[in-house]
Design a protein around this ligand. Structure first.
Ligand code: AMP
Ligand code: MG
Length: 347
C-alpha cells in the first residue's frame, strides 16, 4: 500500500475544509486508517463503528486484540451516541480539561461502536484531543474515531510524522504531518465509572490537577506494584522499549559513569540518557540529552524521540538517569520503567 503524506503546516481557520483534511476524512469514511498529530503523540485513526477499520488498526500496529482503543471526538454531544451515562465528576473534568490530554472511562451503551474497538469491555475510554489538525479531521469525518498511538506495538510512541513512517509506511493509507507533537507522552487515563475517579495511566494531566477539580483521586495499584493486574489492559504490555537493553539507575552521576566504564572495558558500546544540564559530565559512546531536568515538560516532549534515536546508533546497553515523580514526572517515570522492563540498578 502506498502511504500518502499530507503536510499541513498552515493552520488556517476552517481547517476542516482544507483539501488534505477532506481527503484524509474521506479515507476514514471508507474505513481506511490514517495517522494524525495530536497534542500528545501521533494517533492511528480509524472509524470506531466499523469492525473492518478497527481490524486494520490492530493489524498495522501488531496490537494485541485485548487492548482497547481510545475513542476520539470533536464535540461533546458525540458522547450520547455510545456512552451510557455521564457522571457529574466526569462532567467537571471534561469542562476543565477537554480538549486536552485526558481520557475518561465511561460505561458504554450496549451495542454501540465496534466490539473490537473496546476489546469486548462494557466500558469505553474517550478523549477530545487539543490539536487543530486532529480536531479538523474529527469534525470533517463526523465519526467516533479509535486512535491508539501510531507506532508498531511495543516501540516508543511517535512524536513526529517521520516516526510514524519509520514504523508503518506501506501499512496505512496516509499520515497528516503537522510537525512535532507538544506534550510528548500519552493522555492520562482516568476511570470515572466508580464514585472516586481512579488514574489507570499517568499522562499529560497530573493527579494534582485532577484533584484540584474533583477532590480525591485514586491511583490504580498496578502503577505502584508491578505484581498487580492493571485495570487498563494495555498497561500490562511491554512498551516504549529501545532495541538495546535499558537500565534506570538510581544513584549519583559518578555511579552511572562507573557502570559505563565497566561495560566499555568489556568492549561494549554504551549509551547514557541524561538531560542538558548533565550531558557534558559523562564520557560514554553516546550521551543523549532528553530535555532539561529543571523543566520536566521538556523531558516528556523529548522522551520518545530520544529512545528512538538510540535505535539509530550502534549501542549495546543504555543507562538512564531517573526523574522525580511529581507532576508530569509521574508519566515520565512510568514510561521509562516500562521501556526498561523494570530493570533498575540501585547504588
Ligand atoms: P494507546 O491508545 O496506545 O495510548 O493506549 C490506550 C490505553 O487506554 C491502554 O492502556 C488501554 O488499555 C487503555 N484503555 C482504553 N480503553 C479502556 C477501557 N475501557 N478501560 C480501561 N482502559 C482502557
Ligand atoms: Mg500506545
Amino acid at each position: 500500500m502506498n502511504t500518502k503524506v499530507w503536510k499541513v503546516d498552515n493552520y488556517v481557520d476552517k481547517l476542516e475544509t482544507n483539501p488534505q483534511i477532506v481527503d484524509a476524512a474521506q479515507l476514514l469514511r471508507d474505513n481506511e486508517v490514517v495517522a494524525m498529530p495530536t497534542e500528545t503523540v501521533y494517533g492511528l485513526a480509524g472509524n470506531a463503528e466499523s469492525d473492518a477499520a478497527v481490524s486494520k488498526i490492530y493489524e498495522a500496529k501488531g496490537r494485541p486484540g485485548d487492548n482497547p482503543l481510545i475513542i476520539h471526538i470533536a464535540e461533546k454531544q458525540q458522547l450520547e451516541q455510545f456512552v451510557a451515562e455521564v457522571p457529574e465528576k466526569a462532567e467537571m473534568l471534561m469542562g476543565e480539561f477537554w480538549p486536552g490530554p485526558l481520557t475518561i472511562i465511561f460505561k458504554k451503551k450496549p451495542g454501540a461502536l465496534s466490539e473490537k474497538a473496546t476489546a469486548g469491555l462494557d466500558t469505553v475510554g474517550v478523549r477530545m484531543p487539543n490539536h487543530p489538525v486532529a480536531l479538523a479531521l474529527l469534525k470533517s469525518c463526523g465519526l467516533p474515531i479509535g486512535a491508539p498511538s501510531a507506532n508498531s506495538s511495543g516501540k516508543p510512541s511517535p512524536t513526529t510524522a517521520q516516526h510514524v513512517l519509520d514504523d508503518l509506511q506501506g501499512k496505512i493509507a496516509g499520515v497528516l504531518d503537522g510537525g512535532a507533537t507538544g506534550v510528548g507522552v500519552e493522555s492520562t487515563v482516568v476511570d470515572c465509572t466508580e464514585s472516586i475517579p481512579v488514574i489507570l495511566r499517568p499522562g499529560g494531566v497530573t493527579k494534582e490537577q485532577l484533584e484540584a477539580v474533583v477532590g480525591e483521586v485514586l491511583v490504580d495499584r498496578a502503577l505502584t506494584d508491578e505484581h498487580e493486574k492493571p485495570k487498563a489492559p494495555g498497561m500490562k504490555y511491554k512498551h516504549y522499549a529501545p532495541n538495546a537493553p535499558l537500565y534506570l539507575v538510581s544513584g549519583t552521576r559518578a555511579f552511572i559513569q562507573q557502570l559505563v566504564d565497566e561495560k566499555r572495558q568489556e568492549g561494549l558500546k554504551v549509551g547514557v540518557l541524561t538531560t542538558e544540564e548533565h550531558q557534558a559530565e559523562f564520557a560514554a559512546d553516546f550521551v543523549l540529552a532528553c530535555g532539561k531536568r529543571a523543566e520536566l515538560e521538556t523531558v516528556a516532549a523529548a522522551l520518545y524521540d530520544t529512545l528512538r534515536r538510540f535505535n539509530q546508533l550502534e549501542v549495546d546497553v543504555i543507562y538512564s538517569e531517573m526523574f522525580p515523580t511529581e507532576g508530569v514526572g509521574h508519566a515520565i517515570m512510568n514510561r521509562l520503567q516500562k521501556a526498561a522492563g523494570h530493570k533498575i540498578i540501585n547504588q
